[in-house]
Unconditional design. Sequence first.
Length: 325
Amino acid sequence: MASETFPGVPDEDAALGGHPEPRGTLIIGACQAGVQLATSLRELGDTEQVVLVGEEPHAPYQRPPLSKEYLKGEAGADMLTFRTHQWYADKGIGLAVRERIVQVARDDGGGEAVAESGRVFPFKRLALTTGAAARKIPFEGSEFEGVSYLRGADEAGILAGQLRGARHVAVVGGGFIGLEVAAGARAEGRNVTVIEAAPRLIGRAVSEATSGFYLDAHRRRGTEVILGAAVGRITGRHDRVTGVELADGTVVPAEVVLVGVGAVPRTELAGQLGLAVENGIVVDSRTLASDGLTVAAGDCANMPNPFVRDYGAGRIRLESVQNAV
Ligand SMILES: Cc1cc2nc3c(=O)[nH]c(=O)nc-3n(C[C@H](O)[C@H](O)[C@H](O)COP(=O)(O)OP(=O)(O)OC[C@H]3O[C@@H](n4cnc5c(N)ncnc54)[C@H](O)[C@@H]3O)c2cc1C
C-alpha cells in the first residue's frame, strides 16, 4: 500500500516547529498509545513542545481493522487514520514519520534520541510507546512468497492482495488475529485451515468454554481447525508457498500462509536506557519505568495489575486498545 493513501501526514519540519532545544516531551512510537499520550498532555494543559516520532511511513492509524474491515476491503486507509494533519497542527503536536529512533540517551534533565536518518530529537521528558512486533518463527520455507505476518498497514495491504484469488489459505496460530483472518477468508469462500500448536484456540486469553465456542463457530462455517499440531516446514515451489507440512507429515495445501503466533514487545530503546525489561518495559502504576523518569505505555509496557495477583507476579503486558488509551 502506498503511504500516500494515508491522509494527514503533516509537513514534518513545519509540525516540529524547528525547535533545536530540548523543551518538552518526546514520544517515541506514533500509534495508539503515543497519540493518546500526546492528546492527554494537551487536554491536561501542557503547553510545552510535544513531538511524536514514528518509523512507519503513515500518520498514526488504528490496527484493529487491519485483520477485519480493512483486510476485506470494507474500510479504506482514510478510515484508519486517527487524526488529520490539521488536528496535529491545531494542537501544536509535532509529528515526524519515517523516522526510526536507533539511539537514545538521557539523564535527569533530558536527553536526545537519534534517528536512523541522522536526525536528532532533543527532549526534556521522554515516553516510549514503541508497541510490539509480530513474533517471527524461522520455519524452514518462511521466505517463500505468500507467507505473511500481520502487524502494520503495509503488511495488511500485501496480505489482502495475496488473498485475492487464493483458493487455499493456511493460518498458523489460533489466536485472535489468525482467527479473524481465517473467518474473513472463509466468508469469501476460500478453503481455510487453522493450525494451532496448543490443545485449544486463543488459549492465552480466554477460558476453555470460550475456546470451545470459537472452535465450534469456525468449524460450523467450514474452516478446518487442527489443534495440537506442530509445523514442520513451509513448502514451496519456484519461490512461492504451496503449503504447510506438519510435524506428522500431513501437508496442508495453501497459496497463502498467515503466521499469527503472537507479538513481542519492542524494548530495544528501553535496553539502551538501562531500564528494567521483563516481557516488556517494567513500569509502576503511574507507567513510570525503572529510572523513575521515562514513561512507557501500551503494548510495550509490563504493568502492575491487581487482577493477576495469582500469576505473573501481579504484572501483565496487555495487547489491546483499551490498555493503550
Ligand atoms: C491486526 C491487528 C488486530 C488487532 N485487533 C485488536 C482488537 O480488535 N481489539 C484490541 O483491543 N486490540 C487489537 N489489536 C491490538 C492493538 O492494535 C494494540 O494493542 C495497539 O495498537 C497498541 O498500541 P501501541 O501504541 O502500544 O503500539 P503499536 O500500535 O504497536 O505502535 C507502536 C509504534 O511504535 C513504532 N516504533 C517502535 N519502535 C520505534 C522506534 N525505535 N522508532 C520509531 N518508531 C518506533 C512502531 O512502528 C509503531 O508504529 C490488534 C492488533 C493487530 C496487529
